[in-house]
Design a protein around this ligand. Structure first.
Ligand SMILES: Nc1ncnc2c1ncn2[C@@H]1O[C@H](COP(=O)(O)OP(=O)(O)OP(=O)(O)O)[C@@H](O)[C@H]1O
Ligand SMILES: [Mg+2]
Length: 237
């Protein structure tokens, strides 16, 4: 099983949208996908057709047998686990992540975790094969946060694969172009491409869906296919 932890370096970078769209694109290429919502905002399910009224998820379950009853499958075959409306302790979060490892799944299963931006990635019990994708936007705040995060990573023992991925890139912005070029040429761990800013992502969310289903020929969907292909190449290493 390949595990991918997606997390925003700050709130609102587009982590949940990327998780849902990536899940759907991976599923289209015959990878078995399970998407798990680790964020108490519990909004990942909205991309998979779940109604906002649904408040139940793994955080409400008493034990893992009850968690098993919370899994859904969307129309594309993506399996997802909503968070629910309780605030779990860090131990409970790690307990869930660990229990998910024991799920009886086909070998080509990818588990995607939509992680809240306020919990540092080092709080999760990560394995050496895990891939962390930390979402950033091309702005000055993220610029300083990336440097801080790189410093932190340097000073902690980490064996997982860690990458920064630019989301919501605006090609008309000179500042974004300059920052992206600077990061590509000077920083380690940057993914060598970006996800463009594209209204399709917002529009498909409005339909409680993803770009692949709402606008398969969009720039957004091309970007998600690039991301999926790149992650497949990283997972194979
Ligand atoms: N590449 C993009 N282009 C255009 N809109 C985007 C893009 N990525 C995300 N969005 C939009 O930005 C908004 C915030 O996205 P999302 O909820 O995924 O962010 P988040 O990082 O998960 O936020 P939070 O930190 O609150 O969990 C949503 O309306 C989403 O549709
Ligand atoms: Mg989110």
């Amino acid at each position: 099983m390949q595990r991918i932890f997606l997390k925003g370096i700050k709130g609102g970078t587009g982590c949940t949208a990327i998780t849902a769209n990536l899940a759907c694109v991976l599923k289209k290429s015959d990878i078995n996908v399970i998407a798990v919502d680790l964020d108490p905002k519990s909004d990942l399910g909205l991309h998979f057709g779940l109604l906002w009224k649904n408040t139940q998820g793994w955080s409400n379950a008493e034990n893992f047998d009850d968690v098993l009853k919370c899994f859904y499958q969307d129309n594309d075959g993506v399996i997802f686990l909503p968070h629910g409306n309780k605030i779990p302790t860090p131990t409970e979060i790690n307990g869930l992540i660990d229990s998910c490892k024991k799920l009886d799944t086909p070998k080509n299963t990818w588990m995607l975790f939509d992680c809240p931006s306020h919990i540092d990635i080092s709080h999760y019990a990560l394995d050496e094969n895990d891939i962390v994708v930390e979402l950033v936007n091309c702005d000055a705040i993220c610029h300083s946060l990336i440097y801080k995060q790189l410093q932190k990573l340097k000073n902690t023992e980490n064996s997982w694969h860690h990458f920064f991925l630019v989301n919501r890139y605006n090609s008309a912005s000179v500042l974004e172009f300059d920052l992206f070029s600077l990061w590509q040429s000077t920083l380690p761990l940057m993914a060598p491409f970006f996800i463009n800013s594209d209204e399709v992502i917002k529009e498909s969310t409005a339909y409680r869906n993803v770009a692949l289903n709402c606008a398969p020929y969009s720039i957004a969907n091309d970007d998600f296919e690039t991301l999926a292909g790149w992650l497949v190449s990283k997972a194979a290493l």
